[in-house]
Design a protein around this ligand. Structure first.
Ligand code: SF4
Ligand code: SF4
Length: 349
């Protein structure tokens, strides 16, 4: 499988994705506008609460090509953050109260300056989260010591494992991914990750394998913990249940499987005002590989930049102006407000 971009698919064009998201269904009916729902809830314009997390997407290159990927990442993607842009991120951090830096990709570890960036964030006394896809740890000898490196810098590791069964994980993430993920989890456990009392946090991310909302996060966590311990001797801290947003390759899946309309209707019907109050964009700033600023990683992938009242590039970081901005919303946002809510930290209610 290749990225949408490498296949020259229509959906590689973000303008086309936004057109699909705004279209009427087959019966000619329009879904309610997300902004309208927010207005009914008294949340329009949606404003930040306070900036707590800087999420940096250090590049779209990945060793995997998962079916549901909202980044359209893969080995054929070459966009990568330079050290100069990282330095601009660090300068912004140094002048802000942001305590958490969330590194994502692609596979963030494939950026040649990844380790340097983690060291600099540590030197600033800030917490690093890495969204590690697990298989990167065993993909090449040069990544085998990542667990030790993460432990040295007390990095919080957040890793996708869509299911505790090999078949369901491989169906979503690629042949053999489950087995390699299990080996990587064991390597993380060996250095203390997920082990009680170690202070090294290892969280797993569950996302549904089809056009449905995730089940109850606490029940899923119990089930994952039992099965992974019993069958593979693996321990971890928290399971984060995430809803798939209709963006990029998951949007492609929805359209090709004929599930798009019913999925959107499900998301709209499950709109939860409390989840809307807690959406992650209210406390997160998203930086793309080229330093441009977005309200979240999904807006980044749809090329919906932060409002024009705020700086557009990390080199012009201005916390007050960013905190005063109105967050840019669109129809994909229904994925964050459905049911128990969804964010990079799992359920929000
Ligand atoms: S979902 Fe993550 S691991 Fe999979 S292709 Fe996208 S960035 Fe890579
Ligand atoms: S998709 Fe982004 S902008 Fe929309 S509600 Fe979710 S986090 Fe906020």
């Amino acid at each position: 499988m290749k990225s949408l971009q490498a296949r020259h698919a229509l959906l590689a064009d973000t303008g086309y994705q936004l057109t699909v998201l705004s279209q009427a269904d087959a019966a000619g009916a329009h879904l309610p506008a997300f902004a309208h729902k927010l207005r009914e809830t008294g949340l329009l314009p949606l404003r930040p609460t306070s900036l707590r997390v800087m999420q940096i997407n250090v590049g779209k290159m990945c060793n995997q090509v998962c079916k549901h990927c909202h980044v359209d990442a893969g080995p054929d993607r070459t966009e990568i953050m330079t050290r100069e842009t990282m330095q601009q991120c660090l300068a912004a951090l140094a002048q802000s109260d942001i305590q958490v830096v969330d590194l994502t990709g692609g596979a963030p570890e494939m950026n040649p300056d990844f380790r340097w960036l983690v060291e600099q964030i540590s030197a600033l006394g800030r917490q690093t989260i890495v969204r590690c896809n697990l298989t990167i740890i065993v993909a090449n000898k040069k990544y085998h010591d990542l667990p030790e490196f993460f432990a040295k810098h007390r990095v919080q590791v957040v890793s996708s494992l869509p299911h505790f069964s090999a078949a369901r994980t491989d169906a979503q993430r690629g042949e053999g991914v489950f087995g390699r993920s299990i080996r990587a989890l064991q390597m993380l456990n060996e250095v203390g990750y997920g082990v009680e009392g170690s202070g090294l946090q290892l969280d797993l991310v569950f996302n549904p394998s089809g056009a449905f909302l995730p089940g109850n996060q606490a029940s899923l966590e119990r089930e994952f913990k039992q099965r992974l311990l019993r069958e593979h001797g693996i321990v971890f801290n928290n399971l984060l249940a995430i809803t798939n947003l209709p963006v990029s390759r998951f949007l492609e899946y929805l359209l090709e499987s004929g599930n798009y309309e019913s999925y959107m209707e499900k998301l709209v019907a499950a709109y939860n005002p409390t989840a809307a109050e807690n959406v992650m964009c209210r406390s997160t700033l998203s930086v793309s590989w080229d330093g441009l600023l977005y309200d979240c990683d999904f807006n980044q992938m749809l090329e919906l930049p932060v409002a024009a009242t705020a700086p557009q590039h990390i080199r012009d970081f201005d916390e007050a102006a960013l905190n005063a901005r109105a967050i840019v919303v669109n129809q994909h946002c229904f994925g964050c407000t459905a049911g128990a809510g969804s964010s990079c930290g799992g359920a929000t209610t």
